[in-house]
Design a protein around this ligand. Structure first.
Ligand code: NDP
Length: 409
């Protein structure tokens, strides 16, 4: 019987716990551990109510390698699913190596004191995982995650060479709050305020944050939104593993209201990540801001609308130019009805479960440290359809793909 340890009892952790519990033939024994054990217990109670399954709960400090290694041994887990924060990636990888356990996460490592995220730190663990005969899967959320698998699937079945990739992440949902982020506010704001980097002709090109944007009409009536080009971590691994890419960009939708609030928060210094002395206590403004913003895990109740995330890909097949759009549409209210979460947590937690399933089946369990696009995409793509994230694809005229026109305006 497979035993898994999930670390992190936030919005995503709750979905992972529910979805693993719904596949008992793969996930035999589940332990959910986090810094605050009461959050694990609340999720376990919901999982029991919705699925009839009991999951174990535990307190752990994921920054502490020895403590986490002890917990891995105690639970007998052979796979650790890290849905804590990116700051914990390296300590959790160390704990897995120490206790002899495979590793999976949904976001790449970021140091706490520098808003910089890149794969170099985690790729540096490849030899250690190889030597230990252990496997690590990086970025098994939606983006990164499904977007990497969409690209690998398109390359396997529809292209001889891929030349351009535009990942478009639209959240057409409305949570009814004045301002809130869809996932952990600290990580979200660090990401959207970072300079934009996109890949063009062999190099990453840097431009100011949010400086390039355009209108995007989603298919299937999801609506038209303004999307902003920004840096996202899967660009780094995809251009490395698919060297024929000439251009790779990532786009995300933001409402005027979100941008207005973000601008003010930035202007008054509330997004700073350096310590500020207040009444003799050192506080990090962005961490304080997180404490006063709505908890993304609680937005499910009020969020209505859909997400639409997909890849627009151009390239060559049999000597001819070709373009494809592969995408998923996910309904916030349907996610809430199923697992009590909004679609952002859902679209991250479901692929984490599916990635874990591939690793436990052995098909994605190669020793070393791997990104999603390095594995065969087919079983993962099939599982998306059966576990709540059905996808679709349409062939496009190449000019439309290059101008990001996938639906009628
Ligand atoms: P939350 O802030 O809701 O949850 C994070 C959880 O991790 C909390 O329960 C928190 O603690 C726990 N945690 C933090 N530090 C520690 C620690 N030192 N030891 C133990 N537990 C700790 O975040 P989300 O659920 O929104 O996001 C989870 C992850 O998913 C993030 O890494 C995020 O970047 C990633 N993500 C990935 C996406 C993708 O598509 N690839 C999309 C969205 C998110 P506590 O128990 O005290 O609450």
């Amino acid at each position: 019987m497979n035993k898994v340890l999930i670390i992190g009892a936030g919005g995503v952790g709750s979905v992972v716990a529910h979805k693993c519990a719904m596949v008992p033939e793969v996930f035999g024994e589940i332990t959910l551990a986090s810094r605050t054990v009461s959050k694990c217990e609340a999720i376990a109670a919901e999982v029991l109510q919705r699925t009839g399954r009991t999951i174990a709960t535990c307190k752990v400090d994921a920054d502490n390698v020895a403590e986490t290694a002890t917990l891995i041994r105690k639970t007998g887990a052979t796979l650790l699913i890290n849905v804590a924060l990116p700051y914990q990636d390296l300590t959790l990888m160390d704990a897995c190596l120490e206790a002899g356990c495979d590793y999976l996460d949904t976001a790449n490592y970021e140091p706490l004191d520098v808003a910089k995220f890149e794969y170099s730190w985690q790729w540096a663990y490849h030899e250690k995982f190889l030597a230990a005969g252990r496997s690590a899967l990086l970025g098994s959320g939606f983006d990164p995650g499904v977007t990497n698998v969409f690209t690998a699937w398109a390359l396997k079945h529809h292209f001889d060479e891929i030349h351009t990739l535009d990942i478009v992440d639209v959240n057409g949902g409305n949570h009814g709050k004045a301002f809130a982020t869809n996932f952990n506010p600290e990580i979200n704001i660090r990401e959207v305020t970072a300079p934009c980097r996109h890949f063009e002709n062999g190099d990453f090109v840097e431009t100011p944050p949010m400086s390039h944007h355009q209108s995007f009409t989603c298919p299937d009536g999801v609506g038209t939104y303004e999307i902003y080009r920004m840096y996202h971590e899967e660009l780094e691994s995809l251009v490395k593993h698919i060297p024929t890419l000439k251009r790779a960009q990532f786009w995300m939708s933001f409402s005027p209201n979100y941008l207005k609030h973000l601008e003010v928060l930035q202007n008054v210094g509330m997004t700073r990540i350096d310590p500020v002395s207040y009444n003799g206590v050192e506080i990090i403004p962005l961490q304080f801001l997180k404490a006063v913003l709505p908890n993304p895990g609680d937005l499910g109740q009020t969020t209505k609308g859909k997400t639409c995330i997909g890849n627009i890909i151009t390239g060559i097949k049999d000597g001819k130019n070709k373009a494809l759009y592969v995408y998923n549409i996910c309904d916030h209210e349907a996610c809430f009805a199923e697992v009590g979460s909004q679609a952002i947590s859902y679209t991250t937690g479901v692929p984490a479960m599916i990635g874990a399933k591939q690793m436990l089946a052995g098909t994605w369990r190669k020793p070393g440290v791997w990104n999603m696009e390095q594995h065969d995409p087919d079983a993962f793509m099939a599982d998306l359809n059966t576990h709540g994230l059905p996808w679709n694809f349409i062939e496009l005229p190449v000019e439309n793909a290059l101008t990001l026109k996938v639906a009628d305006q």
